[in-house]
Write a protein that binds this ligand. Sequence first.
Ligand SMILES: NC(=O)c1ccc[n+]([C@@H]2O[C@H](COP(=O)([O-])OP(=O)(O)OC[C@H]3O[C@@H](n4cnc5c(N)ncnc54)[C@H](O)[C@@H]3O)[C@@H](O)[C@H]2O)c1
Ligand SMILES: CC(C)[C@H](C(=O)O)[C@@H](O)C(=O)O
Ligand SMILES: [Mg+2]
Length: 365
Amino acid sequence: MTDPNAAPTSGAPSGPATGTVRLAVIPGDGIGPEVTAEALKVLDVVAPAGVTFEQTHYDLGAERYLATGEVLPDSVLGEIRQHDAILLGAVGGKPNDPNLPPGILERGLLLRLRFELDHYVNLRPSRIFPGVTSPLAHPGEVDFVVVREGTEGPYTGNGGALRVGTPAEVATEVSVNTAFGVERVVRDAFARAQRRPRKKLTLVHKTNVLVHAGAVWWRLTQQVAREFPEVTVDYMHVDAAMIFLTTDPARFDVIVTDNLFGDIVTDLAAAITGGIGLAASGNVNPDRTAPSMFEPVHGSAPDIAGQQKADPTAAILSASLLLDHLGHPQAAAVIEAAVIADLAERAGSRPTAEVGDAIAARVGG
Ligand SMILES: NC(=O)c1ccc[n+]([C@@H]2O[C@H](COP(=O)([O-])OP(=O)(O)OC[C@H]3O[C@@H](n4cnc5c(N)ncnc54)[C@H](O)[C@@H]3O)[C@@H](O)[C@H]2O)c1
Ligand SMILES: CC(C)[C@H](C(=O)O)[C@@H](O)C(=O)O
Ligand SMILES: [Mg+2]
């Protein structure tokens, strides 16, 4: 999916990657390998002139953990760091799978990659493509992007538990919000809003209750807004945002929000724009100090894994975001156009590989 916001200031390529693009591929668990195979199929046929992808596949995920106890060895992280970009399928087992310690793959693998590679912009575009049915009766023209903070909030692991298993148990999961972290993601979101036709930014938070974190977000949003006088700034409490996302999603242009709110907002955004199988994302390091990582918003979907029931469109659109990030907007647009054409003609469900074949054929043809 073409990032309509690629810009020279933030989140944008410093120049097209030519020659060999080193791509780290982490298919992961459940439907991850199934959808990743289709994204790679499409990347194969779209490879922009003069560019070849040199893929390194990493068998990180539940199987490796269960066989070896390894989640993300430092040496592997070091190797991944040497790549130009990462394509990830999904990781994790069944929710509350007794064979996997809670969060072992989510925290130990996925979040570790996002944190160590400084993916502070978690970019999640939402759009209702022509021909796609939204569960909303009158969704209107929906085309917004969520800029979810990716390295802070309640995700940092700043917490603990006391007297576990007793009636006096206490558990904390502290939300970390640094001025540095908030300001940089807010500035990135403003820059994206500035480049979009509607030039509107909505801060989504809960400043009426989370008063400390909320104050940092609110103040820095106001402050950074002065650098972007053309951008209209709106604010919405996250609970009210859930109302408007379902009653009038067309009002949103760029949403900026913290890590946890962004996680929740983007699953709803996916649902109202045709389903989780269509929702793409980029974990972007706008400063390019490490490779960015592209992945569908969805998880490993253990309930449909191994059955060729997964929709690979989100993974394919994530590959499009990847190309755009690497400085190939035209190739990215070709993939997006192929997806749009395929979506317009979809009738009934098709096996995962058939969807990939159909999109790859449009891209190649
Ligand atoms: N980025 C990631 O790797 C990521 C993201 C979310 C969840 N997870 C992990 O995935 C596992 C399952 O989590 P969950 O069930 O909460 O969320 P999920 O996104 O895997 O699945 C939610 C529902 O959406 C459906 N679904 C998901 N992707 C689909 C697709 N491409 N096509 C059609 N239907 C699709 C599933 O069948 C399921 O009914 C957990 O271990 C969770 O931690 C990983
Ligand atoms: C699996 C989990 C760590 C992850 C998140 O919460 O960010 C997922 O839900 C997502 O949306 O990518
Ligand atoms: Mg999520």
